[in-house]
Design a protein around this ligand. Structure first.
Ligand code: FES
Length: 201
């Protein structure tokens, strides 16, 4: 077992438990997008960042991704500092620039007081793509759909393609995937509801 403190509350958790899971046990809310308890941690969206220091350490606090960072003995976690909020706001600005039509991202922006005008310096991140079954203006590239298809369904019918602003999720050769079994798991786990399931023609 390891003992740590989160927002001044002590907790003891089994080794291997993440900081996010430990916080959940204390009913401390940390926002997540690419996290799913049934999948391996991925750390793709970084919205779940928190600050960590170590008991009796003089080192300054570091920002960590709570959904993939393991709880450590003597760790002191803060989930709501000015630096954490600033970091999350920046990530929301990026997400809002990429996915202006996503209700989930719009709600996050509202919660954190991020407005559309705040993203003027990052318009280069904006990607519009007319893929028919995946609304790229809502896709935050968290990779949950790719991971559920590979890890749980075992089919790998979709994958990442391209780099930088051209990065997107797609089926092989942008055609209807031959390995897709139509289980809808990808649409189910998508945090921004960017995937629409339709019968193949
Ligand atoms: S929820 Fe932790 S990185 Fe996405």
């Amino acid at each position: 077992m390891v003992k740590l403190k989160i927002d001044d509350q002590e907790i003891e958790v089994p080794e291997g438990t993440t900081v996010l899971e430990s916080a959940k046990k204390l009913n401390i809310k940390i926002p997540t997008l690419c996290y799913n308890q049934h999948l391996k941690p991925y750390g793709g969206c970084r919205i779940c960042l928190v600050e960590k220091t170590q008991e009796n350490s003089s080192r300054p606090p570091e920002l960590i991704v709570s959904c993939s960072y393991p709880a450590e003995n003597g760790a002191i976690i803060r989930t709501n500092t000015e630096r954490v909020i600033k970091g999350r706001k920046f990530i929301i600005q990026l997400l809002l620039a990429r996915c202006p039509n996503s209700d989930v991202i719009q709600n996050l922006a509202k919660e954190y007081g991020v407005s559309k005008d705040d993203r003027s310096d990052i318009v280069g991140y904006y990607l519009l793509n007319k893929a028919d079954r995946l609304d790229q203006t809502k896709c935050i590239l968290c990779g949950l759909c790719v991971r559920v298809c590979e890890e749980i369904v075992g089919m790998s019918a979709i994958s990442f393609s391209g780099r930088g602003i051209k990065r997107k999720i797609k089926t092989p050769f942008d055609r209807i995937s031959e390995t897709c079994i139509g289980c809808s798991a990808c649409a189910y786990v998508c945090p921004t509801k960017a995937i629409r399931i339709e019968p193949a023609d």
